[in-house]
Ligand binder design. Structure first.
Ligand code: SAM
Ligand code: SF4
Length: 430
């Protein structure tokens, strides 16, 4: 979501004469868009500020704005701690950035803008065309969260659940398609909680599925509690909806899920997976895991390992529990750090083995790849298969924006390597 927000911030600042630059020494304004989901994010921001200060020691100070969830969570503390910062702007107030820049240019005071103006934000953004022309584009449809998992800062930094109006989203999707996007990834902290008047996420997917120039639809991140039957049905009826679902589970133990306030148990999670597989036999899953949550014992951890082995998630994001200030879990007794580290190591080893087995089976197989861009200084193109795997092929012909069959020859930890099927190559040349 920060990537989507950053792109929209760039669309906004153009109005007051600012443009993106790669020349970090000549820039007039820095905007650091931050994430607060785990520890260290705040320190990273101060490290970045230190680097900027050093670079500009003998030059005119650039405007420095901190945006995103660290700005929301730490607001006035940040302005106190670093005099170099000109403004802190929360994730629901970034539509005000052009005004903030103007104020700072006019030597007005430091700005602290951390209101939850989400309706105003999207109204404002709606009046500014989305200029993004990436082959695969993000599109925020929902923000915030009312679930209050005990470990998570999102409800405090992004605020309560808000769903954008259906027509507003469709009009932005049409802009992206007109700009050349071939894949749209619908975004939300709880994307499947989308609920605007009579419209649900399945309605948006059904609508997008009917657009000829759009090849692929994805959505992320979903909460298991909101995997309703209409959405599960969309995995059967919408041919453009990709067969990979990111469905965070956090733990394989119902006891831990309850302590986390996840609002479902492991049997319910497995039931959802079963229903999805029934609707689409090709569907695969990825997930998020928190290792060493307060109260997790050996038995709970083994349940997480068993779940991993049973579902065979093709991608998993696993982190040791990180206590976040202000959340209920931050006051709980933590699992011993060494034990958590050891568990994470075991978990990631198994997860890597599963991923490797899965990738081995792709060798010599045909897979459909949507190509996103040419790689820098190489005659190689980068794309993704239907399961979101990165694929690289060599080609003298421009493959950008094309959806082609590729034979996979090799792989490493992050990428599959392949070649275009000859018959398709002729099509490309044509
Ligand atoms: N809304 C999504 C859901 O409920 O599944 C997840 C969104 S959260 C922004 C992304 C991931 O960060 C979570 O799934 C969780 O695994 C991880 N996460 C959040 N808070 C964490 C914490 N305090 N410690 C470790 N990981 C955390
Ligand atoms: Fe955080 Fe997701 Fe839980 Fe909301 S549902 S509190 S975003 S982990």
């Amino acid at each position: 979501m920060n990537e989507y927000d950053s792109d929209r911030i760039l669309d906004l600042v153009k109005k007051v004469g600012y443009f993106p630059t790669k020349n970090v020494l000549e820039t007039d304004c820095y905007i650091l868009n931050t994430c607060h989901i785990r520890e260290k994010a705040t320190e990273k921001v101060y490290d970045d500020i230190g680097r900027i200060k050093k670079k500009f020691r003998d030059k005119k100070k650039p405007i420095l704005l901190i945006t995103g969830c660290v700005a929301q969570a730490e607001s006035s503390e940040m302005l106190e701690r670093s005099k170099y910062i000109d403004g802190v702007i929360g994730p629901q107030s970034y539509h005000s950035i052009p005004d903030v820049i103007k104020k700072i240019e006019n030597k007005k005071n430091k700005v602290n803008n951390t209101e939850f103006d989400v309706v105003e934000k999207f109204d404002k953004l709606n009046s500014i065309p989305n200029k993004n022309s990436k082959i695969s584009s993000f599109l925020t449809i929902q923000e915030g969260c009312d679930k209050f998992c005990h470990f998570c800062v999102v409800p405090y930094t992004r605020g309560p659940e808000y769903s954008r109006p259906f027509q507003q989203i469709i009009s932005e999707a049409k802009q992206l398609i007109a700009n050349g996007s071939k894949e749209i990834i619908l975004l939300g902290q709880n994307v499947n909680a989308y609920n605007h008047k009579k419209y649900r996420l399945s309605d948006l997917i059904n609508e997008l599925n009917s657009y000829d120039d759009l090849y692929r639809i994805r959505y992320t991140t979903s909460h298991p509690k909101d995997m309703t039957d209409d959405l599960i049905e969309a995995h059967k009826n919408c041919n453009k909806l990709m067969p990979l679902l990111h469905l965070p589970v956090q733990s394989g133990s119902s006891k831990i899920l309850k302590l986390m306030n996840r609002k479902h148990n492991i049997e319910e999670y497995l039931e959802i997976i079963k229903k999805l597989k029934k609707n689409n036999e090709f569907i695969k899953f990825s997930s998020d895991f928190i290792i060493g949550y307060p109260g997790e014992n050996e038995d709970d951890f083994n349940k997480t390992l068993s779940l991993m082995k049973d579902i065979k998630f093709i991608n998993s994001f696993s982190f040791i529990f990180s206590p976040r200030p202000g959340t209920p879990a931050s006051n709980l007794k933590t699992v011993d750090t060494e034990i958590s580290k050891e568990r994470l190591k075991i978990f990631q080893k198994i997860s890597d083995e599963i991923k490797e087995d899965y990738r081995k089976k792709l060798i010599n197989k045909k897979t459909e790849v949507l190509f996103e861009n040419k790689m820098k200084n190489q005659e190689k193109y980068f794309g993704r298969d239907k399961y979101g795997n990165s694929v690289v092929v060599e080609s003298k012909i421009d493959l950008t924006g094309k959806n082609l069959d590729v034979k996979i020859n090799n792989f490493n930890r992050s990428t599959l390597f392949g070649e275009i099927f000859l018959n398709k190559n002729r099509e490309v040349a044509a």
